[in-house]
Design a protein around this ligand. Structure first.
Ligand code: UDX
Length: 436
């Protein structure tokens, strides 16, 4: 076990993606001795030459004040007090998380880590994974589930000032976890946010693993419900914005995650909701609400796409505003905007896109990308807003109407007031495709 008196711990982080790299920089900024292992040469080179491939706000500043060794091989794994596993668990074609990278790291740790070292599982893994690793390859170490709740675009803040730290595993490991996060728990962190203590919620490994899925599953379900309310409001000619705003005043509902759209996406919600549903199925439990939320999200996108393809003749052109899965990031993994583009192209429409952060789109090569919303709209038969970038809420609609061939505006993120669209000469179409 590490020296009980030293506050600094030797930490090896596996994975330099959103979770791993941010965790590494944050732990180094808190005073720990951190090495971050990245096997992808291109990503490793970016970190080693000082750039930030994530472009996470605040990461560069935090990194300037501390030192993380980004390496290809975990050369000092044998002396690590804590080994943080933050490798990818991407969704396989059957919806299950791919644990290949986790297994590879576990085998390397089993061979080279000290007896009694703490293995911290930050990757989102099915319930029971930590217990299996503890009984199997990592029986000489202590395996602790420590899920993260980072939002892309807010990863540094969500790491330094989390609402809670969730961790679970052998009781012998608890003291070290408290030392690892001591400054966060005490609110003694380098941030402008108001300093406040953060609770460390200690539980069993299985509970900590399920806590992660429960949080993401609930948030996705909340969004599916919000989207249903927005659809219904259109059907009954009510103002969805006013209805949802009224909900925001109830603290039991919460004022966040009330923005309706053409669906939720990203590298987490689609993967985690499917994984949670599989975990339930595998345990013989029928998770009705979650299945409905997943199905509603798929239907939300289909309805929006159908509203466009039924209004624009085949061969027509759609100006797609937004490609990232949400505002504030260039990440297009499981992006509803990209899924929409695929459906429009499959229906014989051309798509010309603009996104403030996305310049290249490998997932859907049929999409032409322009440097401005105005350029993307030139000659377009319709405009479709697909990502909630703030600038799409203050577009010069009259200027866009002067360059479009058609007058349809499909607002997939409730960014534009219908009256403003009408005043600029557009026919406005909301989420469910209805309009004036
Ligand atoms: C999410 C969880 O928020 C985070 O806690 C977890 O650790 C990882 O997954 P992230 O994937 O970065 O974070 O995205 P988030 O900001 O949660 O948005 C997810 C999706 O919901 C996006 O497609 C976004 O456009 C959509 N969304 C979000 C809405 O449609 N409306 C909203 O009001 C908020």
């Amino acid at each position: 076990m590490p020296d009980e008196h030293a506050s600094q711990l030797r930490v090896t982080v596996f994975g330099a993606g959103y979770v791993g790299a941010v965790s590494a920089v944050v732990l180094a900024a808190l005073g720990h001795d951190v090495t971050c292992v990245e096997s992808a040469p291109a990503r490793l080179a970016e970190w080693q030459n000082g750039s930030d491939p994530l472009r996470e706000p605040g990461l560069d500043t935090l990194r300037a004040g501390s030192h993380v060794r980004f390496v290809r091989e975990a050369e000092d794994l044998g002396s690590a007090d804590v080994i943080l596993v933050a490798v990818g668990t991407p969704m396989e074609s059957d919806g299950k998380p791919d644990l290949t990278q986790v297994t590879t790291v576990a085998n390397e740790v089993a061979q080279r880590a000290r007896e009694g070292a703490i293995v911290l599982m930050r990757s989102t893994v099915p319930v029971g994974t930590c217990d299996s690793l503890q009984r199997g390859p990592l029986r000489r170490q202590h395996v602790v589930s420590n899920p993260e709740f980072l939002r892309e675009g807010h990863a540094v803040r969500d790491s330094l000032c989390p609402d809670r730290i969730v961790a679970g595993g052998p009781v012998e490991a608890r003291r070290t976890i408290e030392r690892l996060y001591q400054r966060i728990i005490e609110g003694d962190v380098p941030t402008s946010a108001a300093r406040r203590r953060v609770p460390l919620l200690w539980m069993s490994a299985r509970s900590a693993e399920l806590a992660k899925y429960a949080a993401n599953g609930f948030l996705a379900t909340k969004l599916s419900f919000v989207n249903e309310i927005a659809n219904l409001a259109e059907a009954v000619h009510a103002d969805a914005g006013a209805v949802l705003e009224s909900m925001s005043y109830d603290p039991r509902i919460g004022a966040q995650f009330l923005k309706p759209g053409l669906g939720w996406g990203g590298s987490c919600f689609p993967k985690d909701t499917r994984a949670l549903h599989d975990i339930a199925n595998g345990s013989g439990y029928e998770f009705l609400v979650l299945r409905a939320a997943i199905e509603q999200n798929e239907r939300q996108l289909e309805r929006f796409a159908a509203a466009i393809t039924s209004s624009v003749t085949s061969g027509g052109r759609v100006a797609l505003l937004g490609l990232a899965f949400k505002a504030g990031t260039a990440d297009t993994r499981h992006s509803p905007a990209v899924a929409l583009a695929t459906r429009l192209n499959d229906a014989g429409l051309k798509t010309v896109a603009y996104d403030p952060a996305v310049r290249v789109l490998s997932e859907e090569p049929r999409v032409a990308i322009r440097d401005s919303a105005l350029d993307a709209c030139i000659g377009a038969d319709a405009i479709a807003i697909a990502t909630e970038w703030p600038e799409f809420g203050s577009l010069d609609l009259s200027a866009l109407r002067r360059v479009t061939a058609g007058d349809l505006l499909f607002d997939g993120r409730s960014m534009v007031a219908a009256r403003d669209a009408l005043r600029a000469g557009f026919r406005y179409r909301g989420l469910a495709g209805s309009g004036d």
